[in-house]
Design a protein around this ligand. Structure first.
Ligand code: ATP
Ligand code: MG
Length: 465
C-alpha cells in the first residue's frame, strides 16, 4: 500500500476541482475532477520505463498523452500495474510514425502496439461516440446493439465515457502528473464498487464481454458490482453466445489464469455466465457430484501456482473443466457396447468439438488435454512395462496431477494416487516391491467410488495397492 493514500481517500472532496457542470460531459451526469499531483499517490516510479518513454515522446510531439485504465486503477489500490495502456489524440498512423518499434493491430478496434523487448505498450486513440462522425472512420452496430467496429475518433471526455467501468476511466496526464476522473471512478474505488458507465443494459449489448470483465475485476480486486450493473446480467448472459470463440478464449485465460480463478468461477456460476461458456461442464456439474469440486480444486491449484510464480498451463485446466462431460459421454458410449478405450477416445473427440463451438482452444492446448485424459486410463494399468511407459509419457505429470484431483474430489477411491506418488519417489528395488504389490491385486484402486464399493467383498481386503 502506498503511504498517504488512506488520507487521500478519506477526504477526496476537498482536494478536487470541478471543471464542468453536471451536464457538460457529453450529456452524462458526471463531473470531471482533476486531482493534482500532490493530492494523489500515483507516481512515475510505479510505471515502466517503456510506458514513460511512450508518454514523453507523444507529449514532446505535441500530442496529448495519458496512462489510463487498469494501470491507474491498480496503482490507486496500491497494486503493481500489470501492463500499461496509453490514450492519446494522435491517430494510429501518427503514433506509428513516432515509434519504429510499433504496429497497428485490430480491425474492430484499431490500436497501436509499441514494443520494447518483451513489454508491449498499447496506445489507443481517443474514441468518440459511435453515432458521431469526426472523420472518415466508422462505427458499426448490429441490429441488437452489438458494436461491430469502433474507430470513431473523439476527445478525451468522449473517450472516457465509452470505457467500461468508472474505475477504468481514470487518466494520468504526463503534462502535469494529475489524474483526470471523468466518471467518479475515485469514489467507486473507495467504495470498492464496479459500476458500468452509462446505461448498463445498453453497454452490455454493445459488448457482452463486459459481463465477463465485470466478474473478472470483481474477483481480482475484491470489489462488488453496483446493483444496476449486476441487475441485467441474468437476462443478457445469452448474448455471450454471439461472441467469436477466439475472443472468448483470450478472456477465459484472463479469468482463469490471472491468480483469482476460484473466485471468478464462483461468480461466473452465480451470474449464470458459466453455462454460456462451458455448457457441457455446467450440465455435468448437475449430474456428477464430484465435477464441481474437481473444477474448483483445479482452479485452486492454478491460483496457488501463480501465487508461487510457478508455471501453469491452460491444457491442464481445460482437461479438468471438461473431464465431467468426457466421463458422461464415455459412460453412455460404453453402455451402448463400446469398449472403454475407444469410448474414451470418441468421448474426448465429441466433447472437444462441442466446446470449440463456444471457445476456440488452440491445438497446442487441446492435444495435451487429450493426452491428460488418455493417461487417466493408463494409470490404473500397472503391470510390467506399461508402468514405465506411462511414467515416461511427456504428459505424465499433468495426468498424475489430474488423478490426484479426481481422488480428492471424490470421483475415485483414494489409493492409486498414493501408489504413483510412492512409485515416482522409489528407487529400483522399491519400485519392484510396489509392482509386486499390484500383482497381487491389480484392480485394487483407481476404481470409481460406487462400483468399488459394490465389488468390495473379495478375498484380499487388506491388500490396498
Ligand atoms: P487489466 O489489464 O488489469 O486486465 P484493464 O482495465 O487495463 O485491466 P484492459 O483489457 O487492459 O483492462 O483494457 C484497458 C482499458 O480499456 C480498460 O481499463 C477500459 O478503460 C478499456 N476497455 C477495455 N475493454 C473494454 C470494453 N470491452 N469496453 C469498454 N472499455 C474497455
Ligand atoms: Mg490493461
Amino acid at each position: 500500500m502506498f503511504k498517504g493514500f488512506t488520507r487521500f481517500l478519506q477526504s477526496p472532496g476537498e482536494h478536487l476541482r470541478s471543471l464542468f457542470g453536471p451536464e457538460d460531459v457529453a450529456g452524462a451526469s458526471h463531473e470531471l475532477r482533476i486531482i493534482p499531483r500532490e493530492q494523489h499517490p500515483v507516481s512515475r516510479q510505479h510505471f515502466s520505463d517503456a510506458a514513460l518513454k511512450v508518454l514523453y515522446r507523444l507529449h514532446n510531439a505535441g500530442f496529448e498523452a495519458y496512462l489510463v485504465g487498469g494501470c491507474i486503477r491498480d496503482s490507486l489500490l496500491g497494486r503493481m500495474p500489470k501492463d500499461f495502456d496509453v490514450a492519446t489524440d494522435a491517430t494510429p498512423e501518427q503514433v506509428k510514425e513516432l515509434f519504429r518499434n510499433s504496429r497497428i493491430i485490430g480491425r474492430r478496434f484499431r490500436i497501436v502496439h509499441v514494443r520494447f523487448g518483451r513489454e508491449v505498450i498499447e496506445v489507443t486513440t481517443f474514441r468518440g461516440k459511435p453515432g458521431d462522425d469526426h472523420g472518415d472512420h466508422i462505427a458499426q452496430q448490429s441490429d441488437d446493439g452489438l458494436l461491430l467496429r469502433d474507430n470513431v475518433w473523439g476527445n478525451i471526455q468522449e473517450d472516457a465515457l465509452r470505457r467500461d467501468f468508472t474505475v477504468n476511466a481514470l487518466y494520468y496526464s504526463i503534462a502535469d502528473f494529475s489524474i483526470h476522473d471523468f466518471a467518479n471512478g475515485v469514489s467507486d474505488i473507495e467504495a470498492r464498487t464496479l459500476r458500468l458507465i452509462g446505461d448498463p443494459a445498453t453497454r452490455y449489448r454493445e459488448d457482452p464481454v463486459r459481463m465477463l470483465r465485470a466478474v473478472r475485476f470483481a474477483a481480482k480486486l475484491d470489489f462488488h458490482l453496483a446493483q444496476a450493473t449486476e441487475a441485467p446480467i441474468d437476462e443478457l448472459a445469452p448474448l455471450l453466445l454471439q461472441i467469436p470463440p477466439a475472443r472468448l478464449f483470450d478472456e477465459i485465460l484472463k479469468m482463469f489464469m490471472g491468480g483469482h480463478g476460484v473466485e471468478t468461477f464462483r461468480l461466473l456460476r452465480h451470474y449464470g455466465l458459466f453455462a454460456m461458456l462451458f455448457p457441457e461442464a455446467d450440465e455435468a456439474m448437475a449430474e456428477l457430484p464430484w465435477a464441481e469440486p474437481l473444477i474448483e480444486q483445479a482452479l485452486a491449484s492454478t491460483d496457488r501456482r501463480i501465487a508461487e510464480e510457478r508455471p501453469v498451463t491452460p491444457a491442464f485446466l481445460f482437461a479438468a473443466l471438461l473431464w465431467g462431460p468426457v466421463q458422461l459421454r464415455q459412460a453412455s458410449l460404453e453402455a451402448g457396447g463400446m469398449p472403454p478405450i475407444p469410448a474414451l477416445q470418441a468421448a474426448s473427440q465429441q466433447v472437444i468439438s462441442r466446446q470449440l463451438q463456444h471457445i476456440s482452444i488452440p491445438k497446442r492446448f487441446s492435444m495435451p488435454m487429450r493426452d491428460i485424459w488418455d493417461i487417466q486410463q493408463r494409470l490404473p494399468m500397472r503391470r510390467g512395462r506399461r508402468v514405465f511407459q506411462t511414467r515416461e509419457h511427456p504428459r505424465f505429470r499433468a495426468g498424475y496431477d489430474l488423478l490426484l484431483l479426481r481422488e480428492a474430489a471424490g470421483e475415485l477411491e483414494p489409493g492409486l494416487g498414493d501408489w504413483w506418488t510412492a512409485f515416482q519417489q522409489a528407487d529400483e528395488h522399491e519400485q519392484r516391491r510396489l509392482l509386486d504389490k499390484v500383482g497381487a491385486n491389480p484392480a485394487g484402486s483407481g476404481a470409481p467410488r460406487k462400483r468399488r464399493r459394490r465389488r468390495r467383498k473379495p478375498k484380499n481386503p487388506s491388500n490396498e495397492a
